[in-house]
Design a protein around this ligand. Sequence first.
Ligand code: AP5
Length: 217
Amino acid sequence: MRIMILGAPGAGKGTHCKRIVERYGVTHLSSGDILRRERAEGSELGRKAQSYMDSGALVPDELIVEMMSKAIGNAGDAGYVLDGFPRTVHQAEALGASLAENQNGLDTVINLKVDDDLVVERITGRRSCPKCGAVYHVKNMPPKEEGICDHDGAALVHRPDDTEDVVRNRLSTYYEQTKPVVDYYKAKGTVHDIDGNGDPDDVAALIFDKLDVLTRK
Ligand code: AP5
């Protein structure tokens, strides 16, 4: 299965990709996670990406397209779920050209829709595990023990770009540069809009409804 999840910052893309991976065995390809790994390793790409990420701007297309093409090429036979890529129409066009070259297409595009006020509340309360990538929220999805990952006991971290000011910049960037990507795929007729405002289990059920159909094909 080749799935794409679109949505504003904090819409729940990462949260639901983890559930999709558990249910369908696909590889999670998150451009944000890959960039954070590159930064943690101190690579040239990580150093180039740093200032863009910390201010809520997008990392330049040429860096992202090369990074994600490599990740897609290394994904397993079960397929993948793209999270956070593409984020500009140029990235979407480059992805389309590269998939066509390999005679592959996307099976479906899920667009998670969440109100802006909820996004700010979700992101400022998010905590993540630096070791396994598990995502929590101090109120909505707290770990069993405050500040500690349920899976591996690591101390949870607050991302540097998760402050209210940077979230508002990330939202503006989303409306200016990434919302047109939703329209780009809508014009191709492959997008399922999903209401992401509700309880995580209810949102997951709506997503699985769309994806289960693909497994029966
Ligand atoms: P990235 O890491 O991709 O950030 P993002 O798209 O802004 O998305 P988030 O990770 O913030 O949110 P999410 O939708 O995954 O939400 P989550 O599930 O965690 O990108 C970071 C930066 O990298 C960018 O700003 C840019 O600089 C750069 N970058 C990345 N990709 C790029 C690209 N293609 N091109 C250029 N630059 C790129 O949920 C959020 C919180 O809400 C969590 O606490 C969670 O527990 C909670 N939550 C989730 N769902 C629910 C629910 N239903 N109810 C209640 N709480 C919920």
